[in-house]
Design a protein around this ligand. Structure first.
Ligand code: MG
Ligand code: MG
Length: 265
């Protein structure tokens, strides 16, 4: 799940020790396995509600809790175990009776809480045969995620992650959604800091990244406008021009030296 824009100017970022990162990693392993099982199940005719039920059973059978179920929102708690967002739906789609169709682009977002520790990851799945521009949108979003993770090194600045993601999105000419951000994660789904997918002159470079920070990094790109609106359900964010959107996400831990650990692979 992405965090809606906001947060404090001087965030207090909790540093996790190795044992805690290992616990988040155990939640992350369930997230990764759930996403793999869902991906396997995705096909034309399958409903997002069926995927939700599969995820719910898969997570609870492993001792986890679906983190998103019951997250408070403006129009009531989130009713799904996962977010399932199709085509122009960007993030926070509510699973239900919608059947997937050949050519759809499905974003699946999964959070798992295990023994009190949270991991969060999302993937974009092509359903059947998708248009070449949809395939490219997925590929570039994954490249942006990889670039953001590569910038997540101790001694870099938070803005280096944002800039790396933005660079990849801009080069491809995509809309970069601003209202939803990555975020700190671990003890709670949304912790400090926000991890935006863009930079802004004068916005500062943010805190220095330090070993023990655990972050959900999540580029969100569109084939058209970066503007969104929220549907009447109070949750589902769609592109204002109804163009396709992609969303990919990993929970990572910044290490003392070398690349970040990906906890949801
Ligand atoms: Mg997520
Ligand atoms: Mg997230």
């Amino acid at each position: 799940m992405a965090r809606t824009r906001g947060g404090t100017d001087a965030p207090t970022i909790e540093l996790k020790d190795a044992a805690t990162i290992a616990r988040i990693g155990r939640a992350g392993a369930i997230v990764a396995a759930t996403l793999a099982a869902l991906r396997e199940r995705c096909a034309p005719g399958v409903t997002t509600g069926e995927l939700n039920d599969l995820a719910h059973d898969f997570i609870t059978a492993r001792g986890g809790v679906p983190t998103f179920l019951g997250v408070p929102g403006q129009h009531g708690p989130f009713p799904g175990a996962i977010c399932a967002s199709v085509n122009e739906e960007i993030v926070h789609g509510i699973p239900g009776r919608r059947a997937l169709a050949d050519g759809d682009l499905l974003k699946i977002d999964v959070g798992v809480t295990l023994d009190g520790w949270v991991a969060d990851s999302a993937t974009t799945v092509p359903i059947g045969a998708v248009a070449p521009e949809a395939e490219r949108l997925i590929r570039v979003s994954e490249e942006a995620l990889a670039a953001g993770i590569a910038a997540a090194r101790a001694g870099n600045r938070l803005v280096d992650i944002s800039a790396a993601i933005q660079r990849v999105g801009r080069r491809a000419g995509y809309g970069i959604v601003r209202e939803f951000s990555g975020h700190g994660v671990g003890r709670a789904l949304w912790e400090e800091p926000s991890v935006p997918n863009y930079t802004e002159p004068g916005a500062g470079s943010g805190p220095i990244l330090r070993a023990g920070m655990t972050l959900a990094i999540e580029p969100i790109f569109t084939l058209g406008t970066p503007e969104h609106e929220t549907l009447a359900d109070g949750w589902t964010a769609v592109t204002r021009d109804r163009a396709l959107a992609a969303h990919v996400e990993h929970t990572i831990a910044i290490t003392g030296r070398g690349p970040a650990l990906i906890l949801t692979r």
